[in-house]
Design a protein around this ligand. Structure first.
Ligand code: MN
Length: 194
């Protein structure tokens, strides 16, 4: 079954500018991309997406990532997204699925530590090489609900105590356009209905 079936089912591509996308044939390319999109939907959240098996495995993080290893934030597993979603920034129309402003908040490459299948083990240790997020990170599935994971920073030189530094406040602009959420919301993206 297509990994993108749920993604496509939830969206009307005549109405949303989000990419329709396709699964990438699984090549053995070494560089896997990751992205974090700040998404002002019904509730503001940050979407972490990791390239895996030709799609972007995705988690919605209501509080966003923290550089403080003590701050373990809920990351809700959501449907796989197409690779082409990784550069998406713009406005999902009101009334459509996920309606609201989307900012490309971070992008770069990621490296899984160990070859384990995280969907089986419920645990993923990984390195991020983004503009905002760097170093070791962890995702651990919670026992109560298989959709609920915890995202938290590993202890390394990129870790910062939350009392000293909040990267979400400090880095509030797009890594793609340098625009703020308000500026993205006001921009005319000229999306034409297909
Ligand atoms: Mn989202």
């Amino acid at each position: 079954m297509s990994q993108l079936k749920t993604y496509k089912k939830k969206r009307d591509f005549k109405k949303t500018p989000e990419p329709q996308g396709a699964e990438k044939s699984s090549s053995k390319e070494k560089n896997l991309i990751f992205t974090v999109q700040k998404h002002a939907a019904t509730r503001l959240h940050y979407d972490l997406r990791l390239e895996c098996n030709g799609v972007l495995k995705s988690w919605a993080v209501p509080k966003g990532p923290s550089l403080d290893p003590e701050k373990k934030h809920l990351a809700v597993r959501v449907e796989d997204h197409p690779i082409s979603y990784a550069t998406f920034e713009g406005i999902i129309p009101k009334g459509e699925y996920g309606g609201g402003t989307v900012m490309l908040w971070d992008k770069g490459e990621w490296i899984p530590c160990g070859g384990e299948d995280f969907d089986k083990t419920g645990k993923l240790d990984f390195i991020l090489k983004g503009k905002n997020l760097k170093g070791l990170w962890h995702l651990v599935r919670m026992k109560n609900n298989p959709k609920n994971w915890l995202l938290f920073k590993g202890n390394d030189k990129y870790a910062r105590p939350a009392a000293d530094y909040d990267i979400l406040e400090d880095q509030a602009k797009s890594v793609k356009s340098k625009l703020s959420m308000t500026e993205i919301a006001e921009k005319d993206y000229n999306f034409k209905k297909k």
